[in-house]
Design a protein around this ligand. Structure first.
Ligand SMILES: C[S@@+](CC[C@H](N)C(=O)[O-])C[C@H]1O[C@@H](n2cnc3c(N)ncnc32)[C@H](O)[C@@H]1O
Length: 280
């Protein structure tokens, strides 16, 4: 069902023409888990089914978002980062990357990239008055296209350190598109002293990996990648020549906790695993 025909729910006026709201999207399922309003019945149903298949999925999303916010605050505040390239940025919510970065450095520059056009539609409204932040619709697998995009080169200076964010997105990339190689391509184009922030859904148990991968592939009609292992993620970081900052790669709630408590997941059979790493 295309958005034009979809009259049942209030946010329809804000959905760009051509978006199929009957197929759950990762961006809108995540928005639902975070308590956002930019999701549709199919997204909500798929999210509830995911919670039934794996209780704790909502808590994982909330804790991942809190991790993203802590990493950006830390990079801006402690490491003086003023440029952010956010791959798979998702729908805008509270305390977005640019709001956190610009609360530390008012002229911090932020580029959001997402391949779901709904993100552009909502991001544009949010960013109307913000001269140093932009959002583009692009597939992050097209590294050259992203890094030479006119809106990207207008805002970001790749001869200076940049923080490249890959938060809860590399698991959307199938093995056939090699997420490790994608990370390396981006890191190769970053200046020394740049940072990479990663989180990735992982599970130690192969049955859990297969079950949850199958669920997400089915729900999104194939628009997803794979639940991987912590070792896979550590390999991507090492192969890109990156050096993890303390405390290394961890379940994301454990990454420099700020004392505020997030929800405790009912199950830890899968987790968001990641950390922040520096290009020497
Ligand atoms: C789970 S959300 C994560 C949002 C945000 N990074 C966060 O962690 O709060 C994943 C996002 O990645 C986007 N995404 C998935 N594959 C992508 C690709 N190949 N290129 C760009 N964005 C992608 C989805 O549309 C979705 O908005």
């Amino acid at each position: 069902m295309m958005s034009d025909e979809y009259t049942e729910e209030p946010p329809v006026a804000r959905v760009p023409t051509g978006i199929d709201v009957s197929v759950p999207s990762v961006a809108r399922m995540y928005d639902y888990f975070l308590g956002g309003k930019d999701n549709f019945r199919a997204d909500r149903e798929a999210s509830e089914q995911l919670s039934a298949v794996s209780p704790g999925s909502r808590a994982i999303a909330v804790n991942n978002r809190r991790y993203l916010q802590r990493t950006v605050r830390e990079l801006a505040h402690k490491y003086g980062v003023t440029q952010f390239l956010d791959h798979g940025s998702g729908l805008p919510t509270q305390n977005n990357v640019h709001q956190i970065a610009q609360s530390v450095h008012p002229t911090a520059r932020v580029v959001y990239i997402d391949n779901d056009p709904i993100v552009l539609a909502h991001g544009r409204a949010l960013l109307m008055d913000n001269a140093t932040t932009t959002v583009i619709t692009a597939d992050m697998r097209d590294t050259e296209g992203v890094m030479t995009h006119p809106d990207v080169v207008k805002l970001l200076d790749f001869t200076e350190p940049v923080a490249a964010l890959f938060v809860s997105v590399l698991h959307c990339i199938p093995d056939s598109d090699d997420p490790g190689a994608l990370l390396r391509r981006v890191v190769d184009r970053l200046a020394p002293g740049s940072f990479v922030v990663v989180s990735h859904l992982v599970a130690e148990d192969p049955e859990v990996r297969d079950r949850l991968t199958a669920f997400m592939l089915d729900a999104t009609q194939g628009n997803w990648g794979r639940v991987r292992t912590p070792q896979d993620v550590a390999g991507y970081i090492a192969d890109a020549g990156l050096e993890p900052l303390a405390p290394g790669l961890v379940e994301v709630s454990q990454w420099r906790p700020d004392g505020t408590k997030g929800p405790v997941p009912e199950s830890t059979e899968w987790i968001e695993f990641g950390g922040v790493a520096r290009k020497p």
